[in-house]
Every structure is written in C-alpha cells, then in structure tokens.
Design a protein around this ligand. Structure first.
Ligand code: ATP
Length: 472
C-alpha cells in the first residue's frame, strides 16, 4: 500500500531518455519517500541503472523533471546533490586504510580532525567494522570491503544513498547475509536507500517498496507483498517468483473459465466473456482426490526441494506447477483446488488488434496469384492470394501465424523481443517493430531484449478488403 503519510524526498516526473536514438526510459514517474528502502528491479537492460543515474545527476533526461525536496534540480551536478552512490565495484582507495577510506569525503570538506574521528568511529561501529580502522582495505573480504564503501557513502550525511547492484560481486551466502545487514544499516541510519538489482529475491527481502521495470517503463510499484500477491500483469507475475500463468476468460464478475472449467474468483469489473491472464502461484494449489478437484490432471514430474515437493501436472495441453508438502505418484491422476482469493486476474498484456495490418497493395500479379505491400520500409510478398493494385486490405494475423525466421531473413528484419511469458502450454512473446507491437507464440525460449527477424505465415491470416487507395 502507498505510504501517503511519508514525505516525498525524490520525484521523477515524466522522465524520457534516449541513447543513440533508442528510447531507454519512456516517460517514467516515481515518488520516493524519506527513510524508505526502495528497490528498482527488472531484467538486464530495462533501464534500472539509467534511472539511478538520473537521480544521481550522472545522466540528464531529454525531458521530464527531477525533483529533490520539492525543488527541480535538473542540471545540478552530482556533487551538488544530496546523494552518494555505492557501486558494484566499490572503488575504494587501495593505498588507504579503512579509517582513511571512510574519512576521505570529510577531509575534503575540511572538517576538524576530532570531528572526523568521532564520525568515522561511529560509522564503522554501525557497519560492524569496529577495530578494523588501521587495516588495509586490500586485506578485507568482499563483504567487509562493501561495508567500508557503504560507510564511506553514508558518513558524509547525504539524505539519499544510491546503490547499484552493490552485492553483485559477492558469493551467494555472503550476499544473503549482507542483504540483511544492509537493511539494518538503512534502518539504523534512517537514510533513503535507492537500490538497483535484477534479483527478485533480493528485492523482496530488503525493500519497503519495489519498482518493477521492463523495457524502459515502470510496470508496477508496491510493497513486496503487493508485487508478489497482486501482480498487475503477466510480466510482473512471471518475473517475481514462480507462477502458473494461464489464458482464461472472465465469464462475469467473480466467475472465471480456465482449462475448460469454471471457477470462482474475487475479481470484478472485467466485463463479460473477456479474455484475461490468470495467475495462480504454485504454493496456492491444494492437491485433492480427482473427484474433489476443480481441475484434474496427471502427475508428470516430482522433485523434492527440501521444504516442499515441486510437482508438474499435465492438464490437457497445459503444464501446471504445484509446490506442496504432500507427495504424489508419477502418472497418477490428481485433483487440484484453489481458493477464490488466490486466483489473480489480469488484463492481457497486449490487445489482439496489434497483429492487424492495414496495407495498400503496391503490386500484384493475378496470373501468378500474389500481391505485395509495404510495411515499415520492407516490401512484403503474399503468395497464393490476389488483390488488385491499389486495394486496401486488412490482414489479421493470429499469434500462431508469426514466427522467428530460422533462415535469418524474415519479413521484418529486426524486431525487438520485449517479453517472454510461459503460459503453461507455450511462451507468449511480445515483439516490437518500428511502428507496432506483435504477439506470437513459441515453444522455444527466446532471449528478451534481443533483435530477431520476424516471419509471417499468410496462409493463417484473414484478409478483408476495406477500400481502395483513392478512398483513403
Ligand atoms: P543491467 O541490469 O544489465 O545493468 P539496466 O536495467 O541497469 O541493466 P541500463 O544500464 O539502464 O539497464 O541500460 C538500459 C539500456 O541503455 C541498455 O540497452 C544499455 O545498453 C543502454 N545504455 C546505457 N547507457 C548507455 C550510454 N551511455 N550510451 C548508450 N546506450 C546506453
């Protein structure tokens, strides 16, 4: 839930950033409150570090406002902002000992010696490094070096500390203990921490609020509980923890159809017979006898995970994942039940009409039965179909008519893979070309944030003549 009672310390308003003509941050808005631990989370390349660098003053947005304490500070250099940054590479001074590393910024400020001593000693105690004052930083462990870097950032008393994957270089065990320590340091010092990571577990463990980013936009802002329990769309559900994401139809308020069965849910306001995405977390599925199940399926795989079993169940064409303390026999039939509260309904990521092209026939040959049209600077040839030159044709491509061209040629040469969400049956992939978004289905995993050639299978398309060129 939004903490409206807290004071806003930083606001990003409608921030737009482009690098080399490519949109990196697409009109983002974000308010961060005093003494808050906020984590910016998202896949590689989604714009997390750029957002942090905007706050730090290392990147200037093309448009939009950066507000600190109610004042617009665009153009203010980093050293004049009330922030300090901790990077993944700690950038400590190897020739200075722990004390002098932490004291460095205070000496620059020409603070009296005894005051520096008092502040540094107190800071080192806060980060649990009392007694390490004279130690060379090169003789410290990764975790200790990280704590020196944090102490150095906080001792100058900025209100805001920016942390860019600061635990990225540590091994898993140390990383876990440092996560808790960082949270403790933040609470003790009462600073605002803005933290960047691509690790969802890290974000959920430490943060008061999590900002989930994807492809230059903010998908959701909320407490870790909100983000996990009430994801706003299939991307967030898929990125945060494991989830069964299924295609469903909202029959009416509180009635959903999935996998051919009708179930009760608690969501309203989606209209009647609306296609939606349905999210069910693996731990929210109860195993029952087949006759008591709302859904019925066959156990395909069973793995013991220490605390629970991970059970993969085939349910028609779909695979459903269950986490349960109960075991189940491979090949046995089981029933599955989910209470209405644990069925999350979300609007589909993409309205289907984006797969519709309205084109003018630029060339056609009746004898050889084909026509051509222009799409985003490419000439596209449609075989086994004829329309006269100049005709305007609406071409509807169902998701299964799209594929990533294995031959590397494709109808459109470079489309961007924006997101890949596994839907129990296949991946639903959202692609972006110059002018539009596309929805396609695939059985293989594709790499998000890469460019691929896209091919159309026009034998699966639906054509409709909507006019001729003169009519517009
Ligand atoms: P990661 O987790 O991999 O660090 P990120 O979410 O922090 O990713 P950013 O570092 O913000 O992502 O980068 C977003 C996009 O902007 C990337 O495609 C990156 O290549 C591009 N980018 C970042 N800085 C620059 C720059 N100075 N010039 C050109 N492109 C840049």
């Amino acid at each position: 839930m939004e903490q409206t009672t807290k004071n806003t310390i930083v606001s990003l308003k409608d921030i737009f950033v482009r690098f080399d003509g490519e949109v990196i941050l697409n009109h983002i808005n974000l308010d961060i409150h005093e003494k808050e631990f906020v984590t910016i989370l998202g896949p590689s390349g989604c714009g997390k570090t750029t957002t942090l660098r905007i706050i730090g003053g290392f990147v200037e947005p093309e448009s939009g406002d950066v507000i600190f304490d109610g004042k617009r500070i665009n153009g203010t250099p980093p050293n004049k902002r009330n922030v300090n940054t901790v990077f993944q590479k700690y950038s400590l001074f190897p020739h200075l000992n722990v004390f002098d590393n932490v004291a460095f910024g205070l000496k620059l400020k020409k603070m009296p010696k005894d005051e520096i001593k008092k502040k540094v000693t107190k800071m080192l105690a806060t980060v649990d490094l009392k007694g390490y004052e004279k130690r060379s930083v090169s003789k410290l462990s990764g975790g200790q070096q990280q704590r020196v870097a944090i102490a150095r950032a906080i001792v100058c008393d900025p209100d805001i500390i920016l942390l860019d994957e600061p635990l990225g270089a540590l091994d898993l065990k140390l990383r876990k203990s440092m996560q808790l320590e960082l949270k403790e340091i933040q609470q003790k010092t009462e600073k605002t921490f803005i933290y960047v990571t691509h690790d969802q577990e890290e974000a959920l463990t430490m943060s008061d609020r999590v900002v989930v980013m994807n492809n230059g936009v903010i998908e959701q802002i909320g407490t870790p509980e909100d983000i996990y329990n009430e994801p706003v769309n299939a991307f967030v559900a898929d990125f945060i923890g494991e989830a069964n994401i299924l295609n469903g139809t909202m029959i009416d308020d509180c009635r959903i159809q999935i996998l051919g069965r009708e179930l009760e849910c608690v969501d309203k306001g989606f209209g009647k017979n609306t296609p939606v995405d349905v999210v069910i977390r693996p731990e929210d599925i109860e195993i029952t006898a087949p006759e008591n199940g709302q859904l019925v399926g066959t156990v395909e795989k069973l793995t013991f995970k220490g605390v629970h079993y991970e059970i993969s169940v085939r349910c028609g064409k779909c695979e459903i994942l269950i986490h349960s303390t109960k075991s189940a026999e491979i090949d046995s039939e089981i029933g599955m039940r989910v209470i209405p509260f644990n069925i999350q309904i979300m609007n589909k990521l993409l309205p289907f009409y984006d797969n519709v092209i309205e084109a003018e026939v630029t060339y056609s040959n009746e004898g050889e039965n084909y026509f051509e049209f222009e799409l985003e600077c490419e000439t596209i040839k449609v075989e086994n179909k004829y329309f006269p030159q100049g005709a305007r044709v609406k071409i509807t491509l169902p998701p299964e008519a799209l594929s990533l061209a294995g031959d590397g040629i494709g109808d459109l040469k470079d489309v961007y893979i924006e997101s890949v969400v596994y839907k129990g049956e296949h991946n639903e992939i959202i692609l972006e070309s110059d002018e539009r978004k596309w929805l396609m289905l695939s059985d293989t995993d594709e790499q998000v944030a890469t460019y691929v050639p896209l091919a159309f299978d026009f034998s699966k398309a639906v054509f409709e003549v909507v006019g001729n060129a003169e009519e517009g």
